[in-house]
Design a protein around this ligand. Sequence first.
Ligand SMILES: Cc1ncc(COP(=O)(O)O)c(C=O)c1O
Length: 284
Amino acid sequence: MNPVYLDYNATTPVDPSVAEAMLPYIYEHFGNPSSGHLYGRNANEGVNVARNQVAEMLGCHADELIFTSGGTESNNYAIKGAMSANRSRGDHMITSAVEHPAVIEVCKFLEAQGYRVTYLPVDQYGMVDPGQVEEAITPQTTLISIMHANNEVGTIEPIEEIAEIAHRHGVLLHADCAQSVGKIPARVDDLGVDLLSIAGHKLYAPKGIGALYIRNGISLEKQMHGAGHEGDWRAGHRERHPHGGAGASVRIDPTQPAPIPAAHGKYARPVGSGVDGGLWRDTH
Ligand SMILES: Cc1ncc(COP(=O)(O)O)c(C=O)c1O
């Protein structure tokens, strides 16, 4: 009996169209995108196309988006980077008790460094109360970090309301959107977020690629020091093919059956061909 995979919130397979988009960057355009020669320029062009595709989905400018290694790195950078860059202003942040460890553990680390964190409780549906967010704000509050969609129970948190409260008090808002982007609308201006994290492997891109939206004008303390890649936000040579994959994955048309290329024939199945068929593509 063939096993049936029902854990798409943990991770998705790489979509065949995504794998196809990545191939040229594995075999052909393998140059360092920061190099000025033809190989570098071709690779850089691929990164720019992918960045524009992701930016289009989020409704932001391409230069407000950096690629990371995944949701965990994006959350680390957003939270540590914002708290550290604004330490002279305040040392307090607010989050919820139901965040993913990629947020909770960052908060615990910050507490060990002397920052103060308020962990808000949730109701029986896993919902954060915006009123409690407002009550928790102090003159030292710099950042609020609340997830958009919960990874355990699927609760969609009231990010828009929390954004209005945050900005009324001059506080930054970060949303961990690892479980929402690609599944429900998550446009930065509709949500009102200043920082937003994406995990590529939750939406048919490969593991090891993510993105962080950083609203223009926001400063973050760099977490990865080295050469000035990603607009000097994040050092380290970038792999080309996952970026191509990230761009392609946000372009998946959920209304079309997934193609089954020969190389993937053993694994891939078209929409509706099994118990998880509806989940295979139906994520936008
Ligand atoms: C809500 C949430 N945030 C962050 C992450 C971490 O993302 P990544 O695995 O890309 O580091 C996950 C992954 O399980 C998640 O569900």
